[in-house]
Design a protein around this ligand. Structure first.
Ligand code: ZN
Length: 260
């Protein structure tokens, strides 16, 4: 049996991470991977980083992981609240932790304990260091030219999405995710078909932006060939209070509640 939990954009939200970890163990996941942006925005960068490292699981680098560990001009383009959180985060991590983040790879092939391998990347496979956002099937098309596994998981937009390549065109499957928005479902199962390529955005554990504040992650069930999207309630108030107590901008607490 192989069920891999795919976590992305934890963003130092330890309350959300703990709730997701509890859920994935109830779901009997056998493997875990992390798609980056472990830090940024929220108040627990050390705790989240230590936890993810303790798993010894495959991790790829996100833009916040890069910016906090190897500062560049990118942060100048961030919104002021994100930039403030970034600068605060840098003061919270020691040199060894920053070096660990700096050394993360941009993309990886993952071979789970059983079943076929898949690819993980934070943004896109065609330009993983450019941090492009994939919002629609048109954006996803160039990624598929560089995707050589049947399934690739990504994050970065904080919005769960399901793109596929039918051999000629990139498409987005709205129907599969529909219940997630309309009925506030906590469990959505998307079957994979042979002969297609799938580029799946697993959403965000620590700062969802699809107007659903619940933590989001995905499970790749290799035996049944399905991807499952899960939503998990967590102690949102405690995460907000932590943001306030360390002096990060109020906007970061508000957006957690709005899922935006
Ligand atoms: Zn992110």
């Amino acid at each position: 049996m192989s069920r891999t939990a795919i976590l992305s954009d934890i963003h130092a939200n330890y309350h959300a991470l703990c709730a997701v970890v509890e859920d994935l163990s109830a779901e009997q996941c056998t493997d875990i991977v992390c798609l980056g942006d472990v830090v940024g925005y929220n108040a627990y960068p050390r705790e989240c980083l230590d936890y993810i490292r303790s798993l010894s699981c495959p991790v790829v680098k996100g833009n916040h992981d890069e910016e906090v560990s190897t500062p560049s001009m990118v942060s100048a383009r961030m919104n002021p609240a994100a930039r403030m959180a970034m600068e605060w985060t840098r003061t919270q991590l020691d040199q060894e932790q920053l070096l660990w983040l700096a050394r993360l790879q941009y993309q990886r092939i993952v071979r789970p304990s059983h079943g076929s391998s898949f690819t993980i990347v934070h943004s896109t496979l065609d330009q993983p260091k450019a941090w492009n956002y994939i919002f629609n099937a048109n954006d996803a098309a160039s990624n598929f030219r560089r995707q050589f596994s049947e399934v690739c998981f990504h994050g970065h937009t904080h919005v769960p999405k399901f793109f596929y390549w039918d051999g000629a065109h990139a498409r987005e499957d709205y129907s599969a995710l529909h219940p997630m928005y309309v009925e506030h479902s906590f469990y959505v199962e998307c079957p994979l078909q042979a002969g297609m390529k799938y580029f799946v955005n697993v959403g965000s554990v620590g700062q969802p932006r699809d107007h659903d504040p619940r933590a989001c992650y995905a499970i790749y069930d290799n035996d049944r060939n399905v991807v499952i999207f899960k939503r998990v309630e967590y102690d949102l108030r405690a995460a907000q209070e932590a943001i306030r107590s360390v002096g990060l901008p109020e906007y970061l607490a508000e957006r957690l509640e709005n899922g935006s």
